[in-house]
Design a protein around this ligand. Structure first.
Ligand SMILES: Cc1cc2nc3c(=O)[nH]c(=O)nc-3n(C[C@H](O)[C@H](O)[C@H](O)COP(=O)(O)O)c2cc1C
Length: 321
């Protein structure tokens, strides 16, 4: 099966494979890397509407983008329609392409305030939020949610219809419930039901480990696009049909580029913990990968990490997958 281009508002995606929002991971350097390796659209980490509306520096830093990463979707979370509208208004001045609303996060800190996946229990409030966001921006608005709150309350198809009526231009369904967290099986039939219930594009999500598996999800469910999260960490080449085999050379070259982007856009020493975490993931499933990871986790500075990767690159020919 071949993929087909699809549109979100006026934006056309030729390759329907998209980088998921991952808090703590999908910052500007990683999004740029995934764009360079073939993702047609990338999503930011979730951004607090409070942080934006109250002009908090940490939040302002998180919405930083650049021309090369576009198209980019910035994701907002919150449970107060007015504040979400205000945040959308602020975001609209930025050079970004889509405003996404998080209605799927299962984390207690978020759901106890009524935001994230808790909004699947309050669809009228969710509708108000989507309406407010749409009214305060000229960018296309999309919504990401789960199958439902739990297995007794699978409401993604109706929820998607509500999002469409409120003005959303596409929806993403992570086909698990809040009660599943990140375990249990992803139920593709929910994505299929959502697709039957709306006319806007539907993006399927959950446990996609390869491009081929993503194509299968599109074929079986009829979804228009596929969003990949965890499987892209340490493997930014996953978005391409002609993805090269992850040889040690590819892993190291991608990581070297990732480090260059971190150096360009962040304070690399400040981001060392996060960088080591990203770096270790490039050696998953590789022979002697754990020894390399141990070396990486022990570096004390960003420069030391760069030197370690350079020295591994010089030995790449003798490393095995
Ligand atoms: C560490 C981590 C952070 C996440 N952060 C977000 C987030 O900020 N916004 C969001 O909508 N989903 C978030 N998710 C959910 C992912 O976007 C995605 O829906 C989920 O991981 C399933 O896709 P995958 O199996 O391809 O990773 C996060 C997931 C993980 C594991």
């Amino acid at each position: 099966m071949k993929n087909k281009p699809f549109k979100i508002g006026s934006l056309t995606l030729e390759n329907p494979f998209i980088l998921a929002p991952l808090a703590g991971y999908t910052d500007l350097p990683f999004r740029l890397l995934c764009r360079e390796f073939g993702a047609d659209l990338v999503f930011s980490e979730m951004i607090s509407c409070h942080g934006l509306a109250y002009n908090q520096q940490k939040t302002i830093d998180m919405i930083r983008s650049c021309e090369e990463e576009r198209p980019v979707a910035i994701q907002l979370f919150g449970a107060e329609p007015e504040l979400m509208g205000e945040a959308a208004h602020i975001l609209s001045r930025e050079p970004i392409d889509i405003i996404d609303i998080n209605m799927g996060c299962p984390v207690k800190k978020v759901t106890k305030k009524g935001a994230g996946s808790a909004l699947m229990k309050t669809p009228e409030l969710a509708r108000e939020i989507i309406t407010q966001v749409c009214e305060n921006t000229n960018k296309p608005v999309t919504v990401k949610f789960r199958s439902g709150w739990n297995h007794q309350a699978i409401n993604a198809p109706e929820f998607a219809r509500m999002a469409q009526e409120a003005g959303a231009k596409a929806v993403t369904v992570h086909a698990r419930t809040w009660s599943d967290g990140f375990s249990g099986c992803v139920d593709w039939s929910v994505i299929e039901e959502v697709k039957k219930n709306v006319t806007i594009p539907v993006i399927g999500n959950g446990d996609i480990m390869s491009y081929q598996q993503g194509l299968k999800m599109m074929e079986q469910t009829g979804c228009d696009g596929v969003m990949i999260g965890r499987a892209a960490l340490g493997a930014p080449w996953i978005f391409r049909v002609d993805a090269p085999l992850p040889t040690p050379l590819l892993r190291l070259t991608a990581l070297k580029r990732h480090l260059e982007l971190i150096e360009t856009f962040c304070n690399p020493q400040w981001a060392l913990g996060k960088t080591r975490n990203h770096a270790g993931r490039y050696f998953k499933g590789m022979k002697h990968g754990s020894a390399i990871r141990n070396r990486i986790y022990q570096v004390a500075t960003f420069t030391e990490l760069q030197n370690t990767i350079d020295s591994l690159l010089s030995e790449a020919g003798s490393l095995r997958n």
